[in-house]
Structures are given as structure tokens and as C-alpha cells.
Design a protein around this ligand. Structure first.
Ligand code: TXA
Ligand code: MG
Length: 330
């Protein structure tokens, strides 16, 4: 029997029932995966690893389960969620397919890419997943544990990153537990994520648009499409990753620093080393995989964080995007 507590808030309308038992800590064994799938089937939340970051998953057809995600993350309700499926064929049930979608899916799925497509008429997804839009974000993750979970569950899984809204994305099970506490039912723990940045999101409801830079470099996508990606126009739904201070540590963050000033902790890159170094050899993939973990670690010191310059090419674009948001005034 799980225990629930009424979390005291100032007014009754904002009171929510929260689970106060610690989440089940499941390993990525057959038994762990089966139990996690059963939790999803029961309409409850499962945190699970993908190659990008840990996701907080719910049955995407179950409105209450999806609502629990928004609640656990305290996520603004106008932000739609990514729907995770095991393969392209399943994705085609939910999104309207095009030549561009086929080319990108063939080149990069499974992998760190999400496609926003016009929603299929008979999609059966909760409208909370799409936040009422007539488009849907779809992703086929490559992580073997995510794949096993999606296959065992047999349905679409809505999953944002498993962090409280506006905080650093989680790349280990400990980050998830630290950030979300007891606000979900189970976690499948399978160690650190290898990519470490969220998926790149491409909008295909019109001309191909880069909605969010991420774990797959835009050049690779442009090479497959044979055309440049557009920048999102201001009237389009603004991804929370595009809000100025979405990736916010508690501490103040100072960018492009060459050395720390008194009282700061320093996040190095390449030959500018510090308390931690994103990549002593200047490797951007390594830096991406470490970024959120190192921000978490430095944030835990309670001191302001200075960050060395990171080149703005390839994955460095997404790294700088996250750093700029971490440093934005709030
Ligand atoms: O790597 C990832 O993408 C991770 C893992 C768990 O898969 N997920 C993730 O989800 O980063 P989340 O919810 O933190 O970010 C989803 C992004 C949001 O910025 C949201 O606004 C955008 O996808 N999005 C979802 N549906 C959309 C739509 N229909 N149109 C435009 N943007 C959409
Ligand atoms: Mg997120």
C-alpha cells in the first residue's frame, strides 16, 4: 500500500496529493523492466534512462498519468511533451509522415532526435501530451533499457526530462532522486547517460526548423536533408528549452571566464582547467555528456560558478545554448 500526503499549499485549489513513499529503485534486468512496464500500465510515473537524459515517463494515452508528469515537474501546462516509441513504424501511428520525416528517421533513429509532425487524426494520445496543439513530438530512443521498456509496455510513453521544471536535466538516477524526491513511483537505474544533452528537436509541420539544438548536431541533419534548417519563428510554440532561464542552477553563472575570481567555483574546458573540466582534451562529445552532471556538482557547493569558453561549433552550439540559459538573469 503506497502512502499519500496532502501537500500544504496556500489555497485549496493548488493542493495536490503527492506520493510520499520513496520510488521503487529498479535495476535494468528483465524483472525490473517488467515491473516498470506494470507501473506505466497502472497509470503511474516511471523515470528511465535514455541515451540523452533520464526521462519521467507516463502512458501518453492516459490523461491523468500525463497530468502527474506536469504536477511532479511543476511544469507550465502549455509545454507539450515528447512521445517515445520503440520504432519508426509505431511513430507513424501518431505523426503524419513526409519524405523529410522518412529520411531523418532512417538516418538517426533510434537516437537523440525528436521530430515534431502534424498529429494523425486517430492518434488516441492525451491532449495534455500535445498541450492542445495539432502537432506531436516523437522520438525513438537508442538506449537499450529505454527500448526494452517501450517494448515491454507496448504503448507510447510521454517523457520530459526527469527534473523539476526549470532545473538542470538529470543524467544519473541520483540526479532524478535528488530533484524529484518522491513525486514518482519507480525508477529504472542504468547508470549515466552517454549523450548527456536532450535530443535535437526538428519541426516538420512546415519547412524543416531547428526547434531545439541538442545531442545531434544540426550539420548532420542538414547534410541528410540537403538544406539548411530554419530558425523557429516567434509565433511558434516556444519550447521551455527556449525560455531564457530554463536550465537554471541555483547559483549565479558567469560565462567565458578565463579564471575564477574569489569565492567562485570554476568549470573548465580544454587547456583552461578548473575545479572540474568538461573535457581536458577539448572533446565536445565528452563535454556534452558531462555538462549537466558537472553543473549539478558545482551547484551543490552553493558558490557562484564561472565557466571557461566552449567553442560554438557542432555539439558546442547546444552546450553554449544550455550555458547561456543557466547564466540568464532570473
Ligand atoms: O532527450 C530528450 O528529448 C528528453 C528525453 C527524456 O527523451 N526529453 C526531453 O523532453 O527533453 P522535454 O519535455 O524536457 O522537452 C520537450 C520539448 C519541449 O521543449 C517542448 O516544448 C517540445 O519538446 N515540444 C513537444 N511537443 C512539441 C510540439 N508539438 N511543438 C513544438 N515543440 C514541442
Ligand atoms: Mg527538460
Amino acid at each position: 500500500m503506497r502512502r499519500f500526503a496532502l501537500l500544504g499549499n496556500k489555497n485549496a485549489a493548488s493542493r495536490v496529493f503527492m506520493n510520499i513513499s520513496p520510488p521503487l529503485h529498479l535495476m535494468a534486468t528483465n524483472e525490473g523492466i517488467q515491473r516498470a512496464a506494470a507501473v506505466l500500465n497502472g497509470g503511474e510515473l516511471v523515470a528511465f534512462p535514455t541515451e540523452t537524459v533520464y526521462g519521467l515517463g507516463a502512458d501518453a494515452r492516459n490523461g491523468e498519468a500525463v497530468a502527474a508528469i506536469y504536477e511532479a515537474k511543476e511544469r507550465p501546462s502549455f509545454n507539450p511533451l515528447i512521445v517515445h516509441v520503440p520504432d519508426t513504424e509505431t511513430a507513424q501511428r501518431y505523426g503524419q509522415w513526409s519524405d523529410e520525416a522518412s529520411a531523418l528517421a532512417a538516418a538517426f533513429w533510434p537516437g537523440p532526435l525528436s521530430l515534431v509532425l502534424p498529429l494523425n487524426e486517430k492518434h488516441k494520445l492525451s491532449s495534455l501530451v500535445t498541450a492542445g496543439l495539432d502537432s506531436v513530438a516523437l522520438r525513438v530512443p537508442a538506449h537499450p533499457t529505454a527500448q526494452k521498456l517501450l517494448n515491454a509496455f507496448g504503448g507510447p510513453v510521454a517523457a520530459p526530462s526527469a527534473n523539476p521544471s526549470g532545473r538542470i536535466s538529470p543524467t544519473t538516477a541520483d540526479h532524478v532522486l535528488e530533484g524529484l524526491g518522491n513525486r514518482f513511483t519507480a525508477i529504472v537505474d542504468d547508470g549515466p547517460c552517454t549523450v548527456g544533452l536532450e535530443s535535437t528537436i526538428i519541426g516538420l509541420t512546415g519547412p524543416a526548423t531547428l526547434l531545439r539544438p541538442g545531442g545531434l548536431a544540426r550539420e548532420e541533419i542538414e547534410w541528410i536533408l540537403g538544406t539548411k534548417l530554419l530558425a523557429p519563428n516567434a509565433s511558434e510554440i516556444s519550447a521551455p528549452g527556449q525560455l531564457a532561464s530554463h536550465y537554471a542552477p541555483r547559483a549565479r553563472v558567469r560565462l567565458n571566464a578565463t579564471q575564477s575570481v574569489s569565492g567562485e567555483v570554476f568549470l573548465g574546458f580544454g587547456h583552461i582547467s578548473g575545479d572540474l573540466n568538461l573535457s581536458a582534451s577539448g572533446n565536445l562529445k565528452e563535454a556534452a555528456a558531462r555538462l549537466f552532471d558537472y553543473l549539478h556538482q558545482l551547484d551543490a557547493t552553493g558558490k557562484p560558478i564561472a565557466v571557461a569558453p566552449v567553442p560554438a561549433s557542432g555539439l558546442g552550439v547546444a552546450i553554449n545554448d544550455r550555458l547561456a540559459r543557466a547564466a540568464a538573469p532570473r
